[in-house]
Design a protein around this ligand. Structure first.
Ligand code: GDP
Ligand code: CA
Length: 338
């Protein structure tokens, strides 16, 4: 295999990509060339505008993680970050104060916003930013694409007794960062998604892949939004490459984040089988040929297989790069079963 394509969210996707790249360079992935290229199609529905800046959390998490600039403890934002700009904004009383942009991180948003305002599409901006982060560390091996160049933003409706409608709609970032995903998500609406088009290179990366991977990213607000870009799901359904996914739900819980809340909001069972069946089998309207569940979810394997998806139970905790590479190897083994 020479071309691998991964549909990625932020932290879960980035961690998986680190292990996948480690597996490629150490020869730990049977059938994958040591010079194989990885194209990352990243979720951009978490994006928002803040203090006049375009912020793309999932693109930046992937870029900083693979470019060795990530803060390893937080898992997002820049290493050795300082927060003077945030403190100064708060001193002016500028809202919101619950979302901090670090001083180093702001440089990325300034460059991105200037380029967007000069007329460059997000995909071209991402390519330019990648030249700093991905080229030195990975050369031509990794290509990072936004799922779309269009503005798409996830919003979440929550109960609000003070509002006449009984509901309030907040931006995804407010739900996650300020509200810590504590109120039940009644509706998840992805504004702009239906009118978006795949960014340049996205459909070709899926159609021309030797393997398409769905990492253990959030199935609703990461992979779900990527697949929701018109034409993208069809490209995954039609590619000649095997499509293998990895469960973000282990032991009926998400490992971190808020997949439980998001799955509940769309009426999907919070389990490894629930997510696998939600993605569904290719040929039956779904997107998967294979689905990996954690070994403690081995009792779910038969249910997934019964739906026409190859399934295996293996350790799915991304504790280090070797463990993650072993997950990728198991995904490749499953692809061979197709
Ligand atoms: P986000 O955009 O930062 O939320 O990141 P993603 O959408 O890419 O990934 C979030 C998902 O990663 C969550 O649903 C977690 O359950 C999942 N996740 C995080 N760490 C692990 C892990 O070690 N193993 C598995 N199987 N899933 C994980
Ligand atoms: Ca995200």
């Amino acid at each position: 295999m020479e071309n691998l394509t991964v549909l990625s969210g932020g932290m879960g996707g980035a961690k998986f990509l680190q292990g996948l790249l480690h597996g490629i360079t150490t020869g730990a992935l049977p059938g994958v060339s040591p010079t194989a290229r990885v194209t990352v199609i990243a979720n951009t529905a978490d994006d928002w505008w803040l203090h006049g800046l375009k912020v793309c959390p999932d693109l930046d998490t992937v870029m900083y993680t693979l470019g060795d600039g990530i803060d390893p403890d937080r898992g997002w934002g820049r290493r050795n970050e300082t927060w003077s700009a945030k403190e100064e904004l708060a001193a002016y009383g500028v809202e919101p104060t619950w979302f901090g942009l670090g001083d180093r991180d702001i440089a990325t948003h300034l460059v991105r916003t200037q380029m967007l305002e000069a007329g460059y599409p997000l995909s071209a901006v991402t390519e330019a930013l990648s030249r700093r982060w991905l080229t030195p560390t990975h050369g031509e091996q990794v290509r990072l694409l936004p799922m779309t160049d269009d503005r798409v933003e996830t919003h979440v409706a929550i109960a609000d007794p003070d509002s006449p409608s009984g509901k309030r709609v907040v931006h995804f970032q407010e739900y996650w960062v300020r509200l810590r995903a504590e109120p039940a998500a009644e509706v998840v609406a992805v504004v702009g998604l239906d009118d978006s088009t795949p960014a340049p290179g996205v459909l070709d990366a899926i159609g021309g892949a030797d393997l398409v991977l769905l990492p253990p990213s959030n199935p609703v607000v990461s992979v779900g939004t990527i697949l929701g870009v018109p034409g993208l799901r069809e490209a995954v359904q039609q590619t000649a490459a095997p499509v293998i996914g990895i469960s973000p739900i282990v032991g009926d819980r998400h490992v971190r984040g808020m997949a439980e809340q998001m799955l509940t909001s769309i009426g999907v069972e919070v389990s490894a089988a629930g997510v696998g069946l939600h993605y569904g089998a290719r040929g039956r309207g779904g997107v998967l040929d294979g689905w990996l569940v954690d070994e403690r979810d081995a009792h779910h394997v038969e249910r997934v297989r019964a739906d026409g998806v190859a399934c295996a139970a293996v350790p799915l905790m991304m504790t280090d790069h070797d463990a993650t590479a072993a997950m990728a190897a198991a995904a490749i083994a499953l692809a061979g079963e197709r």
